[in-house]
Design a protein around this ligand. Sequence first.
Ligand SMILES: *Cc1c(COP(=O)(O)O)cnc(C)c1O
Length: 383
Amino acid sequence: MDRADPLQSYRKKFLLPKGKRKQLIYFTGNSLGLQPVEAEKFIMQELHDWATLGVEGHFHAARPWMYYHKFFTKPLARLVGAKPQEVAVMNQLTVNLHLMMVSFYRPTPERFKIISEAGAFSSDMYAIESQVRYHGFNPDEAWVEIQPRPGEYTLRTEDILETIRKHGESVALVLFSGVQYYTGQFFNIRKITEAAHAVGAMAGFDLAHAVGNVPLSLHKDNVDFAVWCSYKYLNAGPGSVAGIFVHERHGNNFSLPRFAGWWGHDEKERFKMKKGFKPMPGAEGWQVSNFPVLAGAAQLASLQLFEEAGIKALRRKSQMLTGYLEFLLREADNEGKYFQIITPVQEAERGCQLSLLMKKNGKRIYDRLVRSGVVVDWRGAGG
Ligand SMILES: *Cc1c(COP(=O)(O)O)cnc(C)c1O
Protein backbone atom coordinates (compact mmCIF):
# COMPACT_ATOMS: atom_id res chain seq x y z
CA MET A 1 0.00 0.00 0.00
CA ASP A 2 2.91 2.34 0.66
CA ARG A 3 4.03 1.83 -2.92
CA ALA A 4 0.57 2.64 -4.29
CA ASP A 5 0.12 5.62 -1.95
CA PRO A 6 -0.36 8.89 -3.86
CA LEU A 7 0.89 10.81 -0.80
CA GLN A 8 4.03 8.70 -0.46
CA SER A 9 6.40 11.50 -1.54
CA TYR A 10 5.28 13.75 1.33
CA ARG A 11 7.17 11.79 3.94
CA LYS A 12 10.38 13.16 2.45
CA LYS A 13 9.10 16.70 2.78
CA PHE A 14 9.39 16.57 6.56
CA LEU A 15 12.39 16.29 8.85
CA LEU A 16 11.96 13.24 11.08
CA PRO A 17 13.85 13.43 14.37
CA LYS A 18 16.70 10.94 14.67
CA GLY A 19 17.19 9.09 17.92
CA LYS A 20 20.65 8.20 19.26
CA ARG A 21 20.70 4.87 17.52
CA LYS A 22 17.84 4.77 15.06
CA GLN A 23 15.08 6.72 13.38
CA LEU A 24 12.37 7.61 15.88
CA ILE A 25 8.78 6.58 15.29
CA TYR A 26 6.90 9.81 15.85
CA PHE A 27 3.34 9.72 17.22
CA THR A 28 3.18 13.20 18.72
CA GLY A 29 2.17 15.40 15.82
CA ASN A 30 -0.80 16.24 18.06
CA SER A 31 1.61 18.05 20.37
CA LEU A 32 4.22 19.42 17.97
CA GLY A 33 4.06 18.73 14.25
CA LEU A 34 7.33 18.01 12.46
CA GLN A 35 9.34 20.53 10.51
CA PRO A 36 8.62 20.82 6.79
CA VAL A 37 11.90 20.75 4.86
CA GLU A 38 10.87 23.99 3.16
CA ALA A 39 10.35 25.84 6.45
CA GLU A 40 13.99 26.90 6.56
CA LYS A 41 13.80 28.39 3.06
CA PHE A 42 10.71 30.40 4.00
CA ILE A 43 12.29 31.75 7.18
CA MET A 44 15.60 32.50 5.44
CA GLN A 45 13.73 34.49 2.83
CA GLU A 46 12.41 36.82 5.52
CA LEU A 47 15.79 37.10 7.25
CA HIS A 48 17.32 37.94 3.88
CA ASP A 49 14.69 40.56 3.07
CA TRP A 50 15.08 42.07 6.53
CA ALA A 51 18.87 42.19 6.09
CA THR A 52 18.76 43.76 2.65
CA LEU A 53 15.67 45.94 2.84
CA GLY A 54 15.23 46.92 6.48
CA VAL A 55 11.94 48.70 6.99
CA GLU A 56 11.27 48.70 3.24
CA GLY A 57 10.52 44.99 3.59
CA HIS A 58 7.02 45.98 4.68
CA PHE A 59 6.33 46.80 1.04
CA HIS A 60 9.17 45.34 -0.99
CA ALA A 61 9.96 41.97 0.56
CA ALA A 62 9.33 38.98 -1.71
CA ARG A 63 6.21 38.54 0.41
CA PRO A 64 5.54 42.05 1.70
CA TRP A 65 5.20 41.98 5.51
CA MET A 66 2.47 44.54 5.43
CA TYR A 67 0.19 41.95 3.77
CA TYR A 68 1.89 38.81 5.06
CA HIS A 69 -1.24 37.57 6.81
CA LYS A 70 -3.08 37.54 3.49
CA PHE A 71 -0.96 34.68 2.16
CA PHE A 72 -2.64 32.44 4.74
CA THR A 73 -6.21 33.26 3.93
CA LYS A 74 -6.90 30.95 1.01
CA PRO A 75 -5.18 27.80 2.25
CA LEU A 76 -6.61 28.19 5.76
CA ALA A 77 -10.10 28.91 4.46
CA ARG A 78 -9.97 25.73 2.40
CA LEU A 79 -8.67 23.74 5.36
CA VAL A 80 -11.48 24.76 7.72
CA GLY A 81 -14.27 25.01 5.13
CA ALA A 82 -14.71 28.76 5.31
CA LYS A 83 -15.00 31.70 2.96
CA PRO A 84 -11.67 33.56 2.73
CA GLN A 85 -13.24 36.53 4.48
CA GLU A 86 -14.10 34.35 7.47
CA VAL A 87 -10.54 33.48 8.56
CA ALA A 88 -7.67 35.47 10.00
CA VAL A 89 -4.28 34.42 11.30
CA MET A 90 -3.11 36.14 14.46
CA ASN A 91 -1.81 35.83 18.06
CA GLN A 92 -1.91 32.55 19.94
CA LEU A 93 -4.83 30.25 20.49
CA THR A 94 -5.82 31.18 24.04
CA VAL A 95 -5.46 34.89 23.30
CA ASN A 96 -7.78 34.40 20.34
CA LEU A 97 -10.25 32.50 22.49
CA HIS A 98 -10.41 35.48 24.83
CA LEU A 99 -10.81 37.91 21.93
CA MET A 100 -13.65 35.81 20.52
CA MET A 101 -15.35 35.59 23.90
CA VAL A 102 -15.23 39.38 24.19
CA SER A 103 -17.49 39.48 21.14
CA PHE A 104 -19.50 36.29 21.55
CA TYR A 105 -19.86 35.72 25.29
CA ARG A 106 -21.93 38.62 26.55
CA PRO A 107 -23.83 37.25 29.50
CA THR A 108 -26.96 38.84 30.97
CA PRO A 109 -28.59 37.94 34.30
CA GLU A 110 -31.00 35.63 32.41
CA ARG A 111 -28.63 34.22 29.79
CA PHE A 112 -25.18 33.67 31.23
CA LYS A 113 -24.14 30.01 30.99
CA ILE A 114 -21.32 28.40 29.06
CA ILE A 115 -21.66 24.72 28.18
CA SER A 116 -18.52 22.72 27.38
CA GLU A 117 -17.27 19.17 27.53
CA ALA A 118 -15.82 18.16 30.92
CA GLY A 119 -12.05 17.80 31.01
CA ALA A 120 -11.32 20.43 28.40
CA PHE A 121 -7.69 21.47 27.81
CA SER A 122 -6.39 23.42 30.81
CA SER A 123 -5.91 26.69 28.96
CA ASP A 124 -9.52 26.61 27.76
CA MET A 125 -10.73 25.92 31.29
CA TYR A 126 -8.79 28.92 32.58
CA ALA A 127 -10.14 31.09 29.78
CA ILE A 128 -13.73 30.05 30.53
CA GLU A 129 -13.34 30.46 34.27
CA SER A 130 -11.72 33.88 34.01
CA GLN A 131 -14.22 35.16 31.43
CA VAL A 132 -17.13 34.11 33.63
CA ARG A 133 -15.59 35.87 36.63
CA TYR A 134 -14.69 38.91 34.56
CA HIS A 135 -18.40 39.37 33.86
CA GLY A 136 -19.18 39.04 37.57
CA PHE A 137 -20.63 35.52 37.48
CA ASN A 138 -19.75 32.45 39.49
CA PRO A 139 -18.22 29.59 37.46
CA ASP A 140 -19.97 27.04 39.70
CA GLU A 141 -23.29 28.32 38.40
CA ALA A 142 -22.42 29.68 34.99
CA TRP A 143 -20.22 26.91 33.62
CA VAL A 144 -21.86 23.59 32.76
CA GLU A 145 -19.41 20.76 31.99
CA ILE A 146 -20.88 17.70 30.34
CA GLN A 147 -19.58 14.42 31.78
CA PRO A 148 -19.57 11.05 30.04
CA ARG A 149 -22.07 8.49 31.37
CA PRO A 150 -20.78 6.26 34.18
CA GLY A 151 -18.36 3.70 32.79
CA GLU A 152 -17.93 5.64 29.52
CA TYR A 153 -15.11 7.91 28.42
CA THR A 154 -16.52 9.91 25.56
CA LEU A 155 -19.72 11.90 25.18
CA ARG A 156 -22.80 10.78 23.33
CA THR A 157 -24.04 13.41 20.91
CA GLU A 158 -27.59 12.91 22.20
CA ASP A 159 -26.42 13.79 25.73
CA ILE A 160 -24.72 16.97 24.52
CA LEU A 161 -27.84 18.07 22.63
CA GLU A 162 -30.09 17.20 25.56
CA THR A 163 -27.97 19.23 28.01
CA ILE A 164 -28.13 22.25 25.73
CA ARG A 165 -31.92 21.87 25.43
CA LYS A 166 -32.30 21.42 29.17
CA HIS A 167 -30.45 24.64 30.04
CA GLY A 168 -32.30 26.39 27.23
CA GLU A 169 -32.48 30.14 27.40
CA SER A 170 -29.96 30.39 30.22
CA VAL A 171 -27.20 29.39 27.77
CA ALA A 172 -25.11 32.21 26.32
CA LEU A 173 -22.37 30.14 24.69
CA VAL A 174 -21.72 26.52 23.78
CA LEU A 175 -17.95 26.10 23.59
CA PHE A 176 -16.57 22.74 22.51
CA SER A 177 -13.41 21.20 21.16
CA GLY A 178 -13.49 20.04 17.56
CA VAL A 179 -11.38 17.00 18.41
CA GLN A 180 -10.96 16.46 22.15
CA TYR A 181 -7.27 16.53 23.05
CA TYR A 182 -7.46 13.73 25.65
CA THR A 183 -9.94 11.21 24.24
CA GLY A 184 -9.51 12.03 20.56
CA GLN A 185 -13.30 12.31 20.14
CA PHE A 186 -14.33 14.30 17.04
CA PHE A 187 -17.53 16.07 18.06
CA ASN A 188 -20.48 16.63 15.77
CA ILE A 189 -19.90 20.31 15.08
CA ARG A 190 -23.01 20.77 12.95
CA LYS A 191 -25.44 19.23 15.44
CA ILE A 192 -23.93 21.01 18.45
CA THR A 193 -24.13 24.33 16.59
CA GLU A 194 -27.75 23.65 15.60
CA ALA A 195 -28.70 22.87 19.19
CA ALA A 196 -26.96 26.00 20.48
CA HIS A 197 -28.77 28.16 17.94
CA ALA A 198 -32.10 26.51 18.76
CA VAL A 199 -31.89 27.91 22.31
CA GLY A 200 -30.58 31.26 21.09
CA ALA A 201 -26.96 30.69 22.16
CA MET A 202 -23.69 31.15 20.28
CA ALA A 203 -21.59 28.14 19.23
CA GLY A 204 -17.79 28.35 19.33
CA PHE A 205 -15.15 25.66 18.77
CA ASP A 206 -11.54 25.16 19.75
CA LEU A 207 -10.01 23.38 16.79
CA ALA A 208 -6.49 22.94 18.22
CA HIS A 209 -6.65 19.19 17.57
CA ALA A 210 -8.99 19.31 14.59
CA VAL A 211 -7.39 21.68 12.11
CA GLY A 212 -5.13 19.79 9.71
CA ASN A 213 -6.39 16.52 11.20
CA VAL A 214 -9.97 16.25 9.96
CA PRO A 215 -11.89 18.01 7.17
CA LEU A 216 -14.04 20.84 8.52
CA SER A 217 -16.91 22.85 7.09
CA LEU A 218 -17.31 25.73 9.50
CA HIS A 219 -19.26 27.95 7.13
CA LYS A 220 -21.79 25.30 6.15
CA ASP A 221 -22.08 24.09 9.72
CA ASN A 222 -23.02 27.64 10.64
CA VAL A 223 -20.49 27.87 13.47
CA ASP A 224 -20.33 31.35 15.02
CA PHE A 225 -16.60 31.39 15.75
CA ALA A 226 -13.63 29.06 16.04
CA VAL A 227 -10.01 29.27 17.10
CA TRP A 228 -6.98 27.06 16.52
CA CYS A 229 -3.23 26.87 16.98
CA SER A 230 -0.82 25.96 14.21
CA TYR A 231 2.05 24.06 15.81
CA LYS A 232 0.20 20.75 16.22
CA TYR A 233 -1.28 19.18 13.07
CA LEU A 234 -0.37 22.27 11.03
CA ASN A 235 3.37 21.74 11.55
CA ALA A 236 4.08 25.47 11.83
CA GLY A 237 6.76 25.20 14.52
CA PRO A 238 6.78 25.88 18.26
CA GLY A 239 4.56 28.80 19.20
CA SER A 240 3.73 29.77 15.64
CA VAL A 241 0.84 32.10 14.99
CA ALA A 242 -2.76 30.91 15.53
CA GLY A 243 -6.03 31.47 13.67
CA ILE A 244 -9.68 32.41 13.97
CA PHE A 245 -12.91 31.82 12.09
CA VAL A 246 -15.77 34.30 12.35
CA HIS A 247 -18.91 33.49 10.38
CA GLU A 248 -19.63 36.13 7.76
CA ARG A 249 -22.93 37.10 9.41
CA HIS A 250 -20.86 38.39 12.35
CA GLY A 251 -17.85 39.50 10.33
CA ASN A 252 -19.86 42.27 8.78
CA ASN A 253 -21.66 43.23 11.96
CA PHE A 254 -19.64 46.26 12.99
CA SER A 255 -21.73 46.86 16.09
CA LEU A 256 -20.26 43.77 17.81
CA PRO A 257 -18.06 44.76 20.75
CA ARG A 258 -14.43 43.80 20.30
CA PHE A 259 -10.98 44.64 21.57
CA ALA A 260 -9.41 46.56 18.74
CA GLY A 261 -5.93 47.40 17.45
CA TRP A 262 -4.53 48.96 14.30
CA TRP A 263 -4.23 45.72 12.34
CA GLY A 264 -8.00 45.31 12.53
CA HIS A 265 -8.59 48.83 11.28
CA ASP A 266 -9.65 49.48 7.70
CA GLU A 267 -6.42 48.81 5.81
CA LYS A 268 -6.92 51.74 3.45
CA GLU A 269 -6.36 54.12 6.34
CA ARG A 270 -4.37 51.93 8.69
CA PHE A 271 -1.37 54.23 8.53
CA LYS A 272 -3.22 57.50 8.77
CA MET A 273 -2.92 57.10 12.54
CA LYS A 274 -6.34 58.65 12.98
CA LYS A 275 -8.75 58.42 15.89
CA GLY A 276 -11.96 56.40 15.40
CA PHE A 277 -11.74 52.61 14.91
CA LYS A 278 -13.21 51.36 11.64
CA PRO A 279 -12.99 47.56 11.53
CA MET A 280 -12.04 45.62 8.42
CA PRO A 281 -14.96 43.55 7.21
CA GLY A 282 -14.70 39.87 8.09
CA ALA A 283 -12.41 38.06 10.47
CA GLU A 284 -9.54 40.47 9.76
CA GLY A 285 -11.46 43.05 11.74
CA TRP A 286 -10.46 41.15 14.90
CA GLN A 287 -6.73 41.47 14.22
CA VAL A 288 -5.03 43.55 16.87
CA SER A 289 -1.29 43.71 16.26
CA ASN A 290 0.95 43.56 13.23
CA PHE A 291 1.86 40.14 11.97
CA PRO A 292 4.75 38.01 13.42
CA VAL A 293 6.43 37.31 10.11
CA LEU A 294 9.25 35.01 11.27
CA ALA A 295 6.82 32.80 13.20
CA GLY A 296 4.41 32.78 10.29
CA ALA A 297 6.98 31.90 7.62
CA ALA A 298 7.27 28.25 8.64
CA GLN A 299 3.50 27.95 8.67
CA LEU A 300 3.32 29.13 5.07
CA ALA A 301 5.75 26.38 4.10
CA SER A 302 3.47 23.85 5.76
CA LEU A 303 0.22 25.23 4.35
CA GLN A 304 1.67 24.90 0.89
CA LEU A 305 1.88 21.14 1.49
CA PHE A 306 -1.72 20.99 2.69
CA GLU A 307 -2.74 22.83 -0.46
CA GLU A 308 -0.96 20.34 -2.70
CA ALA A 309 -2.00 17.18 -0.87
CA GLY A 310 -5.56 18.20 -0.01
CA ILE A 311 -7.19 17.51 3.33
CA LYS A 312 -9.56 14.93 1.80
CA ALA A 313 -6.69 12.76 0.60
CA LEU A 314 -4.88 13.25 3.92
CA ARG A 315 -8.00 12.19 5.79
CA ARG A 316 -8.39 9.06 3.66
CA LYS A 317 -4.82 8.02 4.41
CA SER A 318 -5.08 8.93 8.07
CA GLN A 319 -8.22 6.81 8.46
CA MET A 320 -6.41 3.82 6.96
CA LEU A 321 -3.35 4.32 9.15
CA THR A 322 -5.42 4.82 12.29
CA GLY A 323 -7.54 1.77 11.48
CA TYR A 324 -4.42 -0.29 10.90
CA LEU A 325 -2.88 0.80 14.19
CA GLU A 326 -6.12 -0.01 15.98
CA PHE A 327 -6.07 -3.47 14.42
CA LEU A 328 -2.46 -4.08 15.48
CA LEU A 329 -3.13 -2.89 19.02
CA ARG A 330 -6.13 -5.20 19.36
CA GLU A 331 -4.03 -8.10 18.12
CA ALA A 332 -1.38 -7.28 20.71
CA ASP A 333 -3.84 -7.27 23.59
CA ASN A 334 -6.84 -9.17 22.32
CA GLU A 335 -8.34 -9.81 25.74
CA GLY A 336 -8.01 -6.19 26.78
CA LYS A 337 -5.77 -7.11 29.72
CA TYR A 338 -3.37 -4.22 29.39
CA PHE A 339 -5.30 -1.34 27.91
CA GLN A 340 -8.58 -0.06 26.60
CA ILE A 341 -8.81 2.24 23.58
CA ILE A 342 -11.06 5.06 24.78
CA THR A 343 -11.14 6.95 21.46
CA PRO A 344 -14.39 6.24 19.57
CA VAL A 345 -14.22 3.26 17.22
CA GLN A 346 -16.39 5.01 14.58
CA GLU A 347 -14.20 6.71 11.98
CA ALA A 348 -16.52 9.72 11.79
CA GLU A 349 -16.06 10.34 15.50
CA ARG A 350 -12.30 10.47 15.63
CA GLY A 351 -9.29 11.99 13.92
CA CYS A 352 -5.94 10.21 13.73
CA GLN A 353 -5.42 9.85 17.48
CA LEU A 354 -5.88 6.73 19.57
CA SER A 355 -5.92 7.19 23.35
CA LEU A 356 -5.07 4.10 25.35
CA LEU A 357 -6.17 3.85 28.94
CA MET A 358 -3.56 1.58 30.54
CA LYS A 359 -4.90 -0.96 33.04
CA LYS A 360 -1.63 -2.52 34.11
CA ASN A 361 2.01 -1.41 34.10
CA GLY A 362 1.11 1.68 32.09
CA LYS A 363 4.12 3.77 33.00
CA ARG A 364 6.47 0.83 32.44
CA ILE A 365 5.05 0.15 29.00
CA TYR A 366 5.34 3.83 28.17
CA ASP A 367 8.98 3.99 29.32
CA ARG A 368 9.75 0.91 27.29
CA LEU A 369 8.16 2.40 24.18
CA VAL A 370 10.15 5.60 24.59
CA ARG A 371 13.38 3.68 25.09
CA SER A 372 12.77 1.77 21.88
CA GLY A 373 12.34 4.99 19.92
CA VAL A 374 8.55 5.31 19.80
CA VAL A 375 7.59 8.89 20.67
CA VAL A 376 4.16 8.88 22.32
CA ASP A 377 2.37 11.13 24.77
CA TRP A 378 1.76 10.12 28.39
CA ARG A 379 -0.86 11.76 30.58
CA GLY A 380 -1.48 11.01 34.23
CA ALA A 381 -5.06 10.50 35.42
CA GLY A 382 -7.26 13.47 34.55
CA GLY A 383 -4.87 15.30 32.27
C1 LIG B 1 -2.70 23.05 22.46
C2 LIG B 1 -3.93 23.62 23.00
C3 LIG B 1 -3.93 24.90 23.59
C4 LIG B 1 -2.67 25.69 23.73
O1 LIG B 1 -2.94 27.05 23.83
P1 LIG B 1 -1.89 28.17 23.36
O2 LIG B 1 -2.63 29.42 23.55
O3 LIG B 1 -1.55 27.85 21.93
O4 LIG B 1 -0.67 28.07 24.21
C5 LIG B 1 -5.14 25.38 24.06
N1 LIG B 1 -6.29 24.67 23.95
C6 LIG B 1 -6.32 23.45 23.37
C7 LIG B 1 -7.61 22.70 23.26
C8 LIG B 1 -5.15 22.88 22.89
O5 LIG B 1 -5.17 21.66 22.34
